[in-house]
Design a protein around this ligand. Structure first.
Ligand code: DLZ
Length: 161
């Protein structure tokens, strides 16, 4: 059987940075709360985490790139909310954010997770930030832990103990 790796869920010892957009802060604050819950539940130490605020989702890639490139973090989580009904440049801002985050991740070799909600309505954003559809901030932070562990496993060439 081939060896399979998917990254464990143990967060102890991982260093994780979060970049959150102030725009639509009533949503991104809820995403950040979900992210903090995921970090706590998975035993990521508070002193191994950092939260950086940027004005909007447009600015997420630059700061994510800087944090990932610093060598101080095993993963970076980006949190934002772009709501179509309230944003004239909906497609533009969401594309800049997602393309930029993917590029920053490839450039640095550090997992940078996309936790930017792109929804048609405010109600949908509320549902996905701690409402009926869960909390995307929580989910993406769990994925960050898994990605950080996966890369460590692959670099070491062995499965976790
Ligand atoms: C300007 C703007 C608009 C109209 N909409 C959003 C949005 O829905 N979500 C978001 O995160 N940011 C938005 N922004 C702000 C831009 O991301 C950016 O901060 C400004 O254009 C300054 O570069």
């Amino acid at each position: 059987m081939p060896k399979e790796h998917e990254g464990g869920l143990q967060g102890m010892g991982l260093r994780i940075a979060i970049v959150a957009a102030r725009f639509n802060e009533h949503i991104t604050g809820r995403l950040l709360q979900g992210a903090r819950t995921a970090l706590n539940e998975h035993k990521v130490r508070e002193e191994d985490t950092l939260v950086a605020w940027v004005p909007g989702s447009f600015e997420l890639p630059l700061v994510a790139h800087a944090l990932a490139g610093s060598g101080r973090y095993d993963a970076v989580v980006c949190l934002g909310a772009v709501i179509r009904g309230e944003t004239a440049h909906f497609e533009h801002i969401s594309r800049v954010a997602s393309d930029g985050i993917a590029q920053a991740s490839r450039d640095t070799g550090v997992p940078i997770l996309l936790g930017v909600l792109t929804t048609h309505t405010l109600a949908q954003a509320l549902e996905r930030s701690g409402g009926q559809v869960g909390n995307a901030g929580y989910n993406v932070t769990v994925s960050a832990i898994q990605m950080a562990n996966l890369l460590k496993e692959l670099k070491l060439g062995r499965s976790p103990a």
